[in-house]
Design a protein around this ligand. Structure first.
Ligand code: ATP
Ligand code: MG
Length: 463
């Protein structure tokens, strides 16, 4: 990035206190971590729970920062200090300023599950056509997303950014920074319901459409009734896609999986069929494939380019990553979990297990607030239908899951575990000894805070 400091000063309303002549100082990076500060940096002080960035401003200046953005006056610094009320909002305003100068077509992605997956895949597909930038990893909030936008060169053809929300008002803030040319809402389900207040998830997600750039387009799943209603209420001309068989111009169907890893999907892009092989299996993949393909198609890519992009695409780490352990297939989906992703990953894993024993190692779904018990009970009932031989559980709401399992007349074992060692021991005790040499499939999945990867690592360490 490259912005004139005088322009940033004006944009943040600091021109009365900070005098910088036009063109005299150029900002070439924006950082919040003083260790990343370098000549040309604007250092943004953010007061976190444990660390206060204001304490590191002097260090950032020593490393070459040319200006500091702070929420209180800072004495003794040799560079301009732009004092604002809220440095996170100001960071967003700087990112919005930079976005306004970019000629890239900007895609904003939201949804309750699969944003990072779809963001990575769409960026991969679009990069066949032109230079593409996207958020690093999962940096999708009011700090991470603007920082990632400010890491772009500005000459990209496409920007693909996911926006993640957990509180009232978050989407309006993120939308105003991003001003997408194409807003994609992938799905809605109970996620972060604790912090989102009275209004439903669909209402919050649909706010993205209120911030479309002039001539911007909205691409929304038709498969969630409340989302269809809320999206239409915000924007009159929504283009819908569906993972059901309904005859919309963007639709898809799952055609099965031949190598155990990649799924075959038939897509219809503006009515024309297009067959793709993608690193998904099952129905959740149908949703992701058609969302990515429809977005790419709306941005001008051909069906051939889209199919070629899918063919060598890879999923981000900890999302349905398969490996082998002896005769067992291990599926590492430990990145995160909410009711929507939990249900869909269980279905996909159960399909992968086929008739072999199916074992699940699951963790609590967090941040659900008042609906937590209900959602965990529902998970138990869903699990009972899939008939895993063992259900390991880490974290809270174990009783609700057990109730759901009992309600569904589950006959396998429900085994709460805490430590990795405890898990490995319980597995040794209860794993079916003879699976006819065919092994089985073991899925690991839970909310980030449960660190299900620790259980997977304990298994890997054991002999
Ligand atoms: P976060 O809110 O943490 O940013 P996200 O929306 O970016 O999550 P991913 O990180 O892509 O989502 O995936 C999270 C989980 O959702 C993983 O288990 C992933 O396999 C699963 N997932 C991916 N796509 C879908 C989908 N379309 N529907 C449901 N679950 C999905
Ligand atoms: Mg994400």
């Amino acid at each position: 990035m490259r912005l004139d400091l005088a322009e940033i000063v004006r944009c943040l309303g600091c021109a009365r206190d900070v005098k910088v002549a036009d063109g005299s100082v150029t900002v070439t990076s924006v950082v919040t971590d003083s260790r990343e500060a370098a000549p040309g940096s604007l250092f943004v002080c953010i007061a976190g729970e444990r660390v206060d960035g204001h304490d590191y401003a002097a260090r950032a200046v020593e490393q070459g920062a040319v200006a500091v953005l702070a929420a209180r006056p800072l004495e003794g610094l040799s560079v301009p200090v732009l004092t604002v009320q809220d440095t996170v909002r100001a960071l967003g305003a700087v990112a919005a300023l930079w976005r306004g100068k970019s000629s890239a077509r900007v895609v904003g992605i939201t949804g309750s599950a699969g944003k990072t997956t779809v963001k990575e895949l769409l960026a991969h597909v679009l990069s066949r056509r032109g230079k593409t930038a996207c958020n690093a990893l999962n940096l999708n909030n009011q700090v991470g997303m603007p920082l990632c936008m400010l890491k772009t060169d500005g000459d990209e053809d496409f920007w693909v950014f996911e926006a993640g929300i957990s509180h009232e008002g978050d989407m309006d803030e993120l939308g105003a920074i991003l001003k997408p040319d194409l807003a994609l809402i992938l799905n809605v389900g109970a996620a972060h319901t604790e912090g989102l207040g009275e209004r439903g998830v669909a209402w919050h997600k649909s706010r993205l459409l209120a911030h479309l750039a002039p001539e911007g387009q909205a691409l929304v799943s038709a498969d969630y009734d409340d989302l269809v209603r809320e999206a239409r209420a915000v924007f009159g001309d929504v283009i819908f896609f569906t993972a059901s068989g309904r005859p919309l111009s963007y639709r898809a169907a799952y055609a099965g999986c031949s190598d155990g890893v990649h799924g075959q999907y038939r897509l219809w892009l503006d009515g024309r069929p297009c067959d793709v092989t993608a690193p998904f299996r099952g129905d959740y993949g149908t949703e992701n494939c058609i969302a990515v393909a429809a977005a790419a198609h709306m941005l001008g890519l051909s069906a051939e380019e889209i199919a070629a992009g899918f063919a060598d695409a890879q999923l981000p780490p900890q999302r349905f990553a398969r490996s082998r352990r002896g005769s067992w297939d291990i599926v590492d989906d430990t990145y995160n979990a909410n009711p929507l992703s939990m249900a869909r990953m269980l279905d996909a894993a159960a399909e992968s297990a086929q008739k072999r024993p199916f074992v699940v190692v699951l963790g609590e779904m967090r941040e659900l607030g008042s609906v937590a018990d209900r959602e965990h009970e529902r998970l138990g009932r869903h699990l009972a239908q899939l008939r895993p031989v063992l259900v390991f559980w880490r974290g809270g709401h174990a009783d609700a899951v057990r109730d759901g399992l009992e309600h569904g007349l589950y006959t396998g074992r429900f085994l709460p575990v805490e430590s990795g060692e405890g898990f490995v021991q319980a597995l040794r005790e209860h794993l079916p000894a003879d699976t006819g040499g065919q092994g089985g499939l073991m899925l690991f999945k839970g909310s980030r805070g449960n660190h299900l990867e620790e259980l997977l690592e304990a298994l890997e360490r054991s002999d």
